[in-house]
Design a protein around this ligand. Structure first.
Ligand SMILES: Nc1nc2c(c(=O)[nH]1)N[C@H]1C(S)=C(S)[C@@H](COP(=O)(O)OP(=O)(O)OC[C@H]3O[C@@H](n4cnc5c(=O)[nH]c(N)nc54)[C@H](O)[C@@H]3O)O[C@H]1N2
Ligand SMILES: Nc1nc2c(c(=O)[nH]1)N[C@H]1C(S)=C(S)[C@@H](COP(=O)(O)OP(=O)(O)OC[C@H]3O[C@@H](n4cnc5c(=O)[nH]c(N)nc54)[C@H](O)[C@@H]3O)O[C@H]1N2
Ligand code: SF4
Ligand SMILES: [Mo]
Length: 737
C-alpha cells in the first residue's frame, strides 16, 4: 500500500512531486499550477508541452465555468492557454464571455486540481488519502457497486449529477446498472418554474423574445448576476432600447438597478401580485378573447377563482400599492402581445412558488403572447438536429420505489427532475429502504442542499461513496474514492446540438495530469461492472464519430470549424408545434391537477412569515462566481473574495453594526458568523447572502473557510406539488458578534 497523505501534503508542491511516480517529469507540471497571483491574469509559467516546440494556435471549444455552454476560442501559445475569447458563431454568447468564462484558464492551471485518483486512507472526512492508479480506483469502485447490488439490490446505489454535456452517458450507466435512484440539482433550482409551465403549456422552459418585447416583468429573475450569457446581453439591449422593465425582488439586485421600476415585494407573495394582475385584466376585459377561445381551457374557472384577488387584497399580502399593481396590469395588457411576465429561473423561494409560476404562465396566456413577436417562444426541441445514436441492449427494469419520493410522495414531479433534498432525508431515515452507495459526478450536494450538517450525516451513514470532480469539492472530501476528471479545456464531451447547429467541446491542450474525461470514466467503470456494451465506444473520438454519423462532415473537419449547420433544418418548423398537455391546449385549468383532486387553476397559498425579531434569509448569485464551485478560482476570488450578509441600514443601526463588522446569524438548524454589508438596497425584514461560500474541504486551499455557507442555515422545506426546495422559507435572527 502506498503512503497516506493529508490534503495539505497532497497539494503542496513538494509532496506532489514526491508522491508522483515520475517525480522529475511531473514536477514541472506541478509548478505549472502556480500562476502569478497579480492582476495581469497572465499565464507566465511554461507548460510541459512548451518543451516540445513553439507554436501559436486557436482552438474552438465550449465553456464549462457554468451550465450555459458558451462558445469559446482558446488562444494557445507554446502549449500554454493564454486567453479565452467568445466565439461569435455561438448563439449562447454571441462572441462574449462573462467574467467566469474568462477565468477558465485558472480553473485548469489551479494548483488545487485533482491530479490522480485517490482512495480514502483514514476515517471518512478525515482528509487522509493515498494515491491510486486508475485501474485500482475503478476496480475498487466497481467491486463496491457490485457488492451493493448483490447484497441489497441495485436500488441501494444512488447516482447523482448536475446538468452537463456528458450527462446522457451517466444516465446510461445508471439505467444499465438498474437503479431507480437518480438525483439532479433541479429541485434546488427550477422545479417550480418548469412544472408550472409544463402543467400549463406542456413546455417546461419557453424562450422569450427580448428583441421585440415592449414590456417585461421579472419576478426575482436577476439576469445581470444570474447570468445566461446571450439572454443577459439581450436584456441589457432591451433596457437600452427603452423597453419598460419591472423587477419584483425584495433586494435591489443589479437587474433591479437596470430596470425602469423596482418593486421590493415581500418574499413569498409574488403570486398575490400576479393573481391581482389577472383579476384586473379579466375585470377590465383587457385579455385576448379570440386567443383564449382558440388555444386555452379553463378561463371561466379562473375568472371565478380570482374574483376576490383584487389589487387592494394583494397590497395587504405583497406590500406593493394597489394602484401600482392596477397600473402595471393595464400597461402590460396594453403592450400585448409584445409583453412578457418572465418565466424566471431559480424560483424555488417558497412552497407556493409553483402557484406563482402557474399564475405567471396563465397571465401570459391571457394576453395571447405565445409565439408572437415580443412574447413567449415555444422551445426549439422539434427543430433540433438529431445526433447518431449508439445502440445497446435493452436496459434492465429498475426495481423499487425511488428514495426521493417521486412519484409516490410527489406525483406531479417529473422523474427526470426528482427531489434531491428528499433523497438526502431518506438516506438518513432509512425509509422506504436503506441506501448504501452513492456515485456523484459534477455535483456538490454538501453545499447545495439545505441543512449542510444533515447532508454530511447522510454521507457518513453510507457504505460507499465515489465522486467524479476536477477539484477536491466538499463532496469529494467525504468520498471513499475520488475519480479526477480532466478539466473542460483538456477533454471531449458528447456533441451539443442547438437548433440546426452541432457544437463540439474538444481539448485545447493535452491533460496536464493523470485525469480522464467523464466519458471514459463512465465507459471504463461500465466495463469493470460487466456493463460495457451499454456504452459502446472505444474512446471519445469513436463516440463522437458515431454521433456525427447522420451528417456529411468528419470529426476532423468539425474540430477545425467548431460547429456544423444541418442544412435540412434551416426551414421553418414553427407550425409543427403542439401543446403537450392532456387537452392539447394551454391549460389555464390543469387537467392533471383536477384529476388529482387539487385546485386546478392558480390560487393563493399563504406563505409563513418571520416572527418577531426574525428575518427572511434570501440567497442568490453573484456575477463573479458559479454555484458552489468557482470560489476556489483565485482570479474570481480576487474580484469577489467572500460573501457578506446584506443588512438594511435601519437594522444595522439598531444593532450598532457597520459594513465589514461581524454579525451572528442563527436559524432553527444552524449558526454562522459573517461580515455585514450595510445597504439601503434590501427590505428591512430580509437578509441576503450569495450562496456557494463557506467550503468545508481542506483541498480547496483558497476557498476553505472563506465567507460562510447559507446552506448551514437553510431549513429543508419542500413544495409537495413541484418538489421545489423553498430556499427563502428560512427565518433567522441577527446579532452583533
Ligand atoms: N454568475 C452566475 N450566473 C449564474 C449562476 C451562477 O452561479 N453565477 N447560476 C446559474 C443557475 S444554475 C441559475 S438557476 C440561475 C439563477 O438565476 P436567477 O434565478 O435569476 O438568480 P438567483 O440569484 O438565484 O435569484 C434571484 C433573486 O431572487 C430574489 N428572491 C428571493 N426570494 C424572493 C421572492 O420570494 N420573490 C422574489 N420576487 N424574489 C426573491 C433574490 O433576492 C435574488 O436577487 O443563474 C444562472 N447563472
Ligand atoms: N444556498 C444556496 N443553495 C443553492 C443555490 C443558491 O443560490 N444558494 N442555488 C441552487 C441552484 S440554482 C443550483 S443549480 C444548485 C447547484 O448545485 P450543485 O450542482 O450541487 O453545485 P455546483 O457548484 O454546480 O456543483 C458542481 C460541482 O462540479 C464540479 N465541477 C466543475 N467543473 C467540473 C468538470 O468539468 N467536471 C467535473 N466532473 N466536475 C466539475 C465542481 O467542483 C463542483 O463540485 O445549487 C442550489 N443550491
Ligand atoms: S455564462 Fe460565462 S461561465 Fe457560463 S458558459 Fe458562458 S462564459 Fe462560461
Ligand atoms: Mo440552478
Amino acid at each position: 500500500m502506498s503512503k497516506v497523505f493529508t490534503w495539505d501534503q497532497l497539494f503542496s508542491r513538494r509532496q506532489f512531486i514526491k508522491a508522483t511516480a515520475a517525480g522529475a517529469a511531473l514536477g514541472a507540471t506541478a509548478g505549472l499550477g502556480l500562476l502569478s497571483p497579480g492582476k495581469t491574469f497572465a499565464v507566465d509559467q511554461p507548460s510541459p508541452q512548451a518543451a516540445a516546440g513553439t507554436e501559436t494556435r486557436k482552438v474552438i471549444t465550449i465553456c464549462e465555468q457554468c451550465v450555459w455552454r458558451c462558445g469559446v476560442i482558446a488562444k494557445v501559445e507554446n502549449g500554454v492557454v493564454k486567453k479565452l475569447e467568445g466565439n461569435p458563431d455561438h448563439p449562447n454568447n454571441l462572441g462574449k464571455l462573462c467574467p467566469r468564462g474568462n477565468a477558465g484558464i485558472e480553473t485548469m492551471y489551479s494548483p488545487d486540481r485533482l491530479k490522480f485518483p485517490l482512495i480514502r486512507a483514514g476515517a471518512r472526512g478525515s482528509g487522509l488519502w493515498r494515491r491510486a492508479s486508475w485501474d485500482e480506483a475503478l476496480s475498487y469502485t466497481a467491486e463496491q457497486m457490485k457488492k451493493i447490488k448483490e447484497k441489497y439490490g441495485a436500488k441501494a446505489m444512488m447516482f447523482n449529477s448536475t446538468d452537463n454535456l456528458s450527462q446522457p452517458f451517466f444516465e446510461t450507466l445508471l439505467k444499465a446498472y438498474g437503479s431507480p435512484n437518480y438525483g439532479t440539482q433541479r429541485s434546488l433550482c427550477f422545479n417550480a418554474m418548469t412544472t408550472g409551465f409544463l402543467y400549463t403549456y406542456g413546455v417546461a422552459q419557453p424562450g422569450t423574445d427580448y428583441q421585440h418585447c415592449r414590456y417585461m416583468i421579472f419576478a426575482g429573475r436577476n439576469l445581470a448576476e444570474g447570468i445566461s450569457n446571450n439572454e443577459t446581453q439581450e436584456m441589457i439591449e432591451m433596457v437600452a432600447r427603452g423597453t419598460k422593465v419591472v423587477v419584483l425582488d425584495p433586494r435591489f439586485s443589479k437587474t433591479a438597478a437596470k430596470a425602469t421600476e423596482w418593486l421590493p415585494i415581500r418574499p413569498g407573495t409574488d403570486s398575490a401580485f400576479f393573481l391581482a394582475m389577472i383579476q384586473e385584466i379579466i375585470k377590465e376585459k383587457l385579455y385576448n378573447a379570440s386567443f383564449l377561445t382558440a388555444y386555452t381551457q379553463g378561463f371561466a374557472e379562473l375568472t371565478k377563482e380570482v374574483q376576490d384577488y383584487t389589487p387592494e387584497w394583494a397590497e395587504q399580502k405583497c406590500e406593493i400599492p394597489a394602484a401600482t399593481i392596477r397600473r402595471i396590469a393595464r400597461e402590460f395588457a396594453a403592450a400585448a402581445p409584445a409583453a412578457i411576465a418572465h418565466p424566471n429561473w431559480r424560483t424555488s423561494n417558497f412552497k407556493n412558488s409553483f402557484q406563482a409560476e402557474r399564475a405567471i404562465a396563465v397571465l401570459n396566456a391571457l394576453i395571447g403572447n405565445w409565439a408572437q413577436p415580443g412574447g413567449l417562444i415555444p422551445d426549439q426541441e422539434i427543430n433540433t438536429a438529431k445526433l447518431g445514436i449508439l445502440s445497446h441492449p435493452p436496459f434492465p427494469a429498475a426495481q423499487g420505489m425511488r428514495l426521493d419520493g417521486v412519484p409516490w410522495q410527489y406525483p406531479m414531479v417529473p422523474l427526470s427532475y426528482g427531489v434531491i433534498q428528499t433523497m438526502r432525508d431518506n438516506i438518513l431515515s432509512g425509509k422506504p429502504y436503506e441506501a448504501k452507495g452513492w456515485l456523484i459526478s459534477r455535483q456538490n450536494p454538501i453545499l447545495s442542499i439545505p441543512e449542510r450538517q444533515k447532508t454530511i450525516n447522510a454521507f457518513m451513514k453510507l457504505d460507499f461513496v465515489a465522486v467524479i470532480d476536477i477539484q477536491a469539492s466538499d463532496t469529494a472530501y467525504y468520498a471513499d474514492v475520488i475519480l479526477p476528471e480532466s478539466s473542460y479545456l483538456e477533454r471531449y464531451d458528447g456533441l451539443i446540438p442547438i437548433g440546426d447547429k452541432i457544437f463540439i467541446r474538444q481539448p485545447v491542450v493535452e491533460p496536464l495530469y493523470d485525469t480522464k474525461s467523464s466519458l471514459m470514466i463512465y465507459k471504463e467503470l461500465a466495463d469493470k461492472l460487466g456493463l460495457g456494451e451499454f456504452l459502446p465506444y472505444k474512446d471519445e473520438k469513436d463516440l463522437l464519430t458515431q454521433q456525427l454519423k447522420p451528417f456529411p462532415i468528419s470529426l476532423e473537419e468539425l474540430q477545425k470549424r467548431g460547429h456544423y449547420v444541418v442544412p435540412a433544418l434551416q426551414e421553418d418548423h414553427s407550425k409543427d408545434f403542439e401543446f403537450q398537455t392532456s387537452s392539447g391546449k394551454i391549460e389555464i385549468s390543469s387537467s392533471i391537477m383536477a384529476q388529482m383532486g387539487k385546485k386546478s387553476v392558480p390560487t393563493w397559498d399563504e406563505p409563513p412569515r418571520p416572527s418577531e425579531n426574525h428575518y427572511y434569509l434570501l440567497t442568490g448569485k453573484t456575477a463573479q462566481h458559479s454555484q458552489m464551485f468557482t470560489q476556489n478560482n483565485r482570479w474570481l476570488l480576487e474580484v469577489f473574495p467572500e460573501n457578506r450578509a446584506w443588512l438594511h441600514s435601519s437594522v444595522a443601526a439598531k444593532l450598532g453594526v457597520k459594513t465589514d463588522e461581524a454579525v451572528v446569524l442563527e436559524s432553527e438548524v444552524g449558526k454562522v458568523s459573517v461580515k455585514a454589508y450595510v445597504t439601503e438596497g434590501i427590505r428591512p425584514d430580509c437578509i441576503f447572502m450569495v450562496g456557494g461560500f463557506g467550503h468545508v474541504s481542506k483541498g480547496l486551499k483558497s476557498a476553505y473557510k472563506r465567507g460562510v455557507s447559507d446552506s448551514a442555515l437553510h431549513k429543508t422545506v419542500t413544495d409537495p406539488l413541484s418538489g421545489s426546495s423553498a430556499l427563502s422559507e428560512t427565518f433567522i435572527t441577527v446579532n452583533k458578534a
